[in-house]
Design a protein around this ligand. Structure first.
Ligand SMILES: [Zn+2]
Length: 423
């Protein structure tokens, strides 16, 4: 082995020097054990108050996994003291390079934590030569520290939305910051109490005071919760949810016109559902001709399709009377068309026009709401379900905030920033 000085320099832990390096000769991938000791006078910082003292009560060897030396995984060995502190009594010594009770050094934790955000925990564990459990705990500590240290934002607009959990009627309720596109909180069902919990527990009073609009769907429990907790905020209905209702109505028209109208028509309308539910501007080429043939066969379906397309304009008006006028005109155009499904949709929209028109005053970014939902579904799919709810929330926060956008950001996470100075 090289001189202790060189080894100390390579290890690069401020305040510590290398005493002894042990590894198996001739084996290029064996584990290296590095015994380290504090530099300077024999005074040890108390883990309670950080004051240094020389009154040692007992001492015990402890080990930490650290960054590898080439192909050699590294274990640090240090004799950790228990000290008598004048203020705190008997305490363990504070270790600057690792979290209390952690089995890996802080700089290794950072590497594992960053890796886990782009690969499965099991891969990251193998890459860094630690067990799955160690990697998982390191990841959790990494994410928790990141979440604790970042600034608490005060978004003007928040989103309260449901996301399907697995198959069937199970849902998450997700609270998100729609301005910055980040997840704030998560609950395991979609009841009113969960929504109230989210709004009161995940947001501070200061944050709640800044909120002017809540983007949500027409789920009654959510509306109740928002009305009770955020009295000054207005509800804006999510555009995609509103249009989903319109698409459902259009689909019902299709069923009536084709599938309940005999075998000939049924054959004609077969396999056209997704084509019909797509927006006109996204349909291209031969598919457009197909759609036109469908409309030629049935005028009523055509009318319903056009009416659905027009609904987009609900979100183009700058004033509330403008929205109301447009909707009234839209409902008027339904007369004599014999489209009961669309009429029902008209009633529904009229009943909720307040929340639709609120968009004039609170231009919520609907695209951000959608992209958050897509990200959440992506994380859930990759994890194949997650039992640890706290971990899931942290992962979602990271994925939606995506704090690493440049090489410099990555560097900031990988370089160890010591919490306490040694000198
Ligand atoms: Zn102390």
């Amino acid at each position: 082995m090289g001189s202790r000085r060189d080894c100390t320099w390579i290890l690069g832990l401020p305040g510590f020097r290398v005493e002894r390096v042990e590894g198996e000769d001739g084996d290029a991938t064996s584990r290296v054990q590095i015994r380290i000791e504090r530099r300077g006078p024999r005074r040890y910082p108390c883990s309670g108050c950080g004051r240094r003292t020389s009154r040692v009560r007992s001492a015990r060897d402890r080990t930490w996994d650290d960054l590898p030396w080439a192909a050699h995984p590294v274990t640090l060995i240090y004799c950790q003291r228990r000290v008598y502190c004048r203020r705190c009594g008997i305490r363990t010594e504070r270790i600057e390079f690792a979290d209390p009770k952690a089995r890996v050094t802080r700089r290794l934790r950072q590497q594992i934590g960053v890796d886990c955000q782009s690969m499965p925990t099991s891969h990251a564990a193998v890459r860094h030569g630690v067990s799955w459990g160690k990697a998982r705990r390191a990841e959790h500590a990494f994410l928790a520290e990141w979440d604790r240290k970042r600034v608490k934002r005060r978004p003007r607009h928040i989103g309260l939305d449901e996301i399907q959990r697995g198959k069937g009627q199970q849902f998450w309720t997700v609270l998100s910051d729609v301005v910055h596109g980040e997840v704030i909180g998560l609950r395991k069902d979609r009841r009113e109490t969960s929504a109230t919990d989210l709004l009161t527990e995940e947001l501070t009073a200061r944050q709640r005071a800044a909120i002017t609009a809540v983007c949500t769907d027409m789920h009654r429990p959510y509306l109740n919760a928002v009305g009770a907790v955020l009295k000054d905020a207005e509800v804006v209905f999510d555009k995609f949810h509103v249009l989903q209702h319109a698409s459902a109505a259009l689909d019902e028209v299709r069923r009536q016109e084709f599938f309940r109208a005999g075998a000939v028509m049924r054959e004609h309308g077969r396999g056209k559902r997704w084509l019909l539910l797509r927006r006109w501007k996204t349909v291209r080429g031969s598919k457009r001709a197909e759609l036109q043939a469908l409309f030629a066969a049935n005028r009523r379906l055509f009318k319903a399709y056009v009416l659905r397309e027009q609904l987009d304009r609900l979100w183009t008006y700058k004033t509330r009377p403008g929205v109301l006028n447009f909707l009234l005109g839209w409902i008027k155009a339904l007369r004599w068309q014999r489209l009961p499904e669309m009429e029902r949709l008209g009633d529904f929209l009229f009943k909720h026009v307040e929340g639709i028109a609120a968009y004039c005053d609170h231009p919520v970014r609907f695209g951000v709401v959608e992209s958050i939902n897509t990200t959440i579904k992506g994380v859930l799919r990759r994890a194949r379900g997650m039992r640890d709810e706290a971990m899931l929330l942290l992962k979602l926060k990271w994925a939606t905030a995506h704090p690493i956008r440049s090489a410099r950001d990555l560097m900031r996470f990988l370089t160890d920033q010591p919490l306490y100075s040694n000198r």
